[in-house]
Design a binder for this molecule. Structure first.
Ligand code: HEM
Length: 410
């Protein structure tokens, strides 16, 4: 690997013969959301303007994008036609640099690795972490509450889930900035590192950790996974690295951004704040609607063999992006989908994915979000966004709200 040589984040290619001219769209998943739109509105605008639910973009190596719930869900879950071999674009750089386990594995190879994760992320193994989450949540909130303001993203959202996570995997909090930076380059690369550099830095960091924890009897999540069995054998060093990178990326970025979307919305919805403050048991309903209304992940699949799909011919090796975002905000799934409805009678979404790769971290994510809402509303029931600047958003494999300041009366 040539360290220091920057790879362009984008990689624009010309239209291949299997792509009809009217299927082309100028869409770059790593481009910032236009200033006048919010993240989900910008996706909805695309859905409303594209002529077909499956379009092709020349950006990031050239790939298809689903703009309709039913198409995205099929691509995500139909492993007969769409492989998990590569789940990131550009395929040749990002996709090839990360062989994530278990995300890049197809059935039946996927299952034993997935079992390792399920064994460690269910309600039972996570029960002991609950008190830690409460303590950390309270101490972070109490740290800034008397000041009447905080940079919500920097001082809270980026702190809580990642510190909890470092505890679960028993890694030092001092390593957090380094790991968070690497995780961000993975989901929203800024061009400061090439994809192989990011993968290599992850491996260099994890290699001694894995070696030290092999057979050492540790009970943290990484130790239990590293020392787990797949199909009656031990994990190789490379497999152990790839499963650890996957868990770090999954655990370090998603909840941070879900918190950003949730609190930036709460700050603008007076009635919702009042409803929760008056009756904290409404937090359960609010959570269901937050997870429906604010999906953030846009992952992709690789076409296995030439197929006709959605009126076009897909070639073996073509990449198809299946954003979870378009599922929840499609009228076919939810009435008035961009409305936040606490009392929504039914909800359909794929915020945690669809099919065999559906997120194993969903229980942890729900647990963290519930504790945060409960402890926050018990201490700061009324708050607003400081200043007049509109919120700004970043697209990427995981969408995010750019840092914003909340303030409240003291
Ligand atoms: C609100 C928070 C979260 C959201 C919205 C979310 C979303 C997702 C989605 C959409 C997928 C499927 C991706 C695909 O099929 O291509 C996924 C997979 C995954 N997530 Fe999460 N996630 C969240 C939190 C977490 C946490 C906290 C962890 C780890 C502790 C985690 C670990 C993983 C792993 C390991 C996979 C791969 C599973 C497999 O391939 O079988 N996630 N997540």
């Amino acid at each position: 690997m040539e360290v220091g040589v920057k790879e362009p984040v984008d990689n624009v290619v010309s239209r291949p013969v299997n792509v009809p001219a009217d299927r082309v769209i100028d869409f770059d998943i790593y481009r910032d959301v236009p200033e006048e739109l919010d993240f989900h509105q910008s996706w909805r605008q695309l859905m409303d303007t594209v002529p077909y639910p499956l379009m092709w973009t020349p950006h990031n190596g050239g790939h298809w994008v689903a703009f309709k719930a039913s198409v995205s869900d099929i691509v995500m879950s139909d492993s007969e036609r769409f492989s998990n071999h590569t789940v990131l674009v550009p395929k040749e750089t990002a996709g090839e640099a990360y062989r994530l386990i278990p995300l890049s594995l197809d059935p039946p190879e996927h299952r034993p690795f997935r079992n390792l994760l399920n064994d460690n992320l269910g309600p039972k193994p996570l029960k002991p972490v609950e008190d830690t989450i409460v303590d950390l949540t309270v101490s972070l909130i109490e740290g800034f509450r008397p000041k009447g303001r905080c940079n919500f993203v920097h001082e809270f959202a980026e702190q809580l889930p990642v510190r909890i996570f470092m505890q679960i995997v028993d890694l030092p909090v001092a390593d957090l900035p380094k790991l968070k930076h690497l995780a961000d380059q993975f989901t929203r690369p800024d061009g400061s590192l090439t994809y192989p550099e990011v993968a290599q830095l992850f491996r260099e960091y994890l290699d001694p950790v894995i070696k030290a924890r092999r057979g050492a009897g540790g009970q943290d999540m990484l130790s239990r996974m590293i020392n787990g069995q797949v199909g009656g054998r031990e994990l190789s060093d490379l497999e152990a690295q790839n499963i650890c990178i996957q868990v770090l990326v999954g655990g370090l970025d998603t909840v941070v951004n879900m918190l950003g979307f949730t609190f930036s919305y709460l700050a603008k919805d007076h009635d919702l704040r009042q409803a929760i403050a008056a009756d904290p048991s409404r937090i359960d309903d609010a959570l269901l609607e937050f997870f429906r209304r604010f999906p953030v992940v846009s992952s992709a699949r690789e076409v296995r063999g030439d197929i006709d799909f959605e009126g076009v011919n897909l070639k073996a090796g073509d990449m198809v992006m299946a954003p979870t975002i378009v599922v929840a905000i499609d009228d076919e799934m939810n009435d008035n989908p961009l409305d936040f409805q606490l009392n929504r009678p039914a909800r359909k979404h794929s915020t945690f994915g669809k099919g065999s790769h559906t997120c194993p971290g969903a229980h942890l994510a729900r647990m963290e979000m519930k504790i945060v809402l409960r402890e926050w509303f018990a201490r700061i029931p009324e708050f607003r966004i400081a200043g007049d600047e509109p919120l700004r958003y970043t697209n990427g494999i995981v969408g995010s709200v750019k840092p914003f300041v909340l303030e409240w009366d003291i």
